[in-house]
Ligand binder design. Structure first.
Ligand code: C2E
Ligand code: CA
Ligand code: CA
Ligand code: CA
Length: 277
């Protein structure tokens, strides 16, 4: 019967998803504990739309699994969050970023990388203390790192999250709100938070040169952010048109494939030496 067939297929899809999740959890935990180099970081440059010079980097994790192939971060980060070991991933990222900052310094490069924190990280004071200790141990101050957090991170347990944000800002970290526009918070709300920048999500930027709705949204965000004195970063800048529109409307910083794709550290160092930005 058709109905029974459908049900069988449906349950086997659920089973496959479940098995993939399970192998991702198992493999990722193992990789985090071993010295294998399946995990890496790539860095995407951000440029000032005023000076057209590089003014920051975003560190993005990559996982090339020997057994499972390339797994996109969107997929395994969410699984690590749900399975309760995201802090191990974040610890790995933070340790690598600090090591990379030291390598960049050897090349006289002093550009600040941003790290993505997950919802649970911002509630996790011991993790934040480990970050501070890690910087201390390497004689780096907190103003060498920007922390990117999403709006939804503030909703889960707003009191603890905001207290931790304040703690981080007092320590000297810059904090940026990621994926701005995809959640519920307004700029008026952010005004009262210890936040220095917002990142307009690429969903509103990718088609900026043609989509009039996106244009209205981005324009509104840029006008309001001026009032609230927030730095605005646009991610997903893929063409010259979008970049010029953003510059004209007073957006501070741009990030996207048009400027550069995320690059491994060595590639980044070469790119910085050869690019006009
Ligand atoms: P995100 O934080 O919003 O990062 C921006 C994403 O947009 C990155 O995808 C980046 O490669 C991509 N991107 C940059 N410029 C362009 C562009 O011009 N066009 C298009 N189409 N895409 C662009 P990626 O690296 O696949 O990361 C996806 C998400 O995974 C990130 O979104 C972030 O939420 C998460 N993620 C990545 N690395 C980490 C990490 O180290 N820790 C945590 N917690 N999350 C991470
Ligand atoms: Ca980000
Ligand atoms: Ca994000
Ligand atoms: Ca985003």
């Amino acid at each position: 019967e058709m109905g029974a067939n459908w049900l069988l297929q449906f349950s086997s899809e659920i089973e496959q998803r479940y098995l993939r999740r399970l192998s991702i959890i198992t493999e990722l935990k193992e990789v985090l504990q071993s010295e294998q180099d399946e995990l890496s970081l790539v860095y995407q440059p951000k440029i000032s739309l005023e000076t057209r010079q590089v003014n920051g980097l975003e560190a993005l994790i990559r996982w090339n699994s020997q057994r499972l192939g390339f797994i996109p971060p969107d997929e395994f980060i969410e699984i690590a969050e749900q399975a309760g070991f995201i802090e191990q991933v974040t610890d790995w990222v933070l340790n690598r970023v600090v090591a990379d900052i030291l390598i960049l310094r050897e090349h006289q490069i002093h550009i600040k990388p941003a790290v993505n924190l997950s919802t649970q990280d911002i509630q996790n004071r011991p993790l934040l203390e480990r970050l501070i200790a890690l910087l201390d141990a390497n004689e780096l101050s907190a103003d060498n790192i920007t922390l990117e957090i999403t709006e939804s991170d503030l909703v889960a347990d707003a009191k603890i999250a905001i207290a931790n944000l304040q703690f981080l800002q007092d320590k000297g970290f810059s904090i940026a709100i990621d994926d701005f526009g995809t959640g519920y918070s307004s700029l008026a709300y952010l005004k009262n938070l210890p936040v220095s920048a917002i990142k307009i999500d690429k969903a509103f930027v990718l088609n900026l040169s043609t989509d009039t709705e996106d244009q209205q949204i981005v324009h509104t965000v840029l006008s309001l952010s001026n009032i609230f004195d927030l730095e605005v970063v646009a991610e997903g800048v893929e063409d010259a048109n979008a970049m010029e529109i953003l510059a004209e409307w007073g957006c501070d910083t741009a990030q996207g494939y048009y400027i550069s794709r995320p690059l491994p550290l060595g590639g980044l160092i070469d790119w910085l030496a050869s690019s006009d930005y």
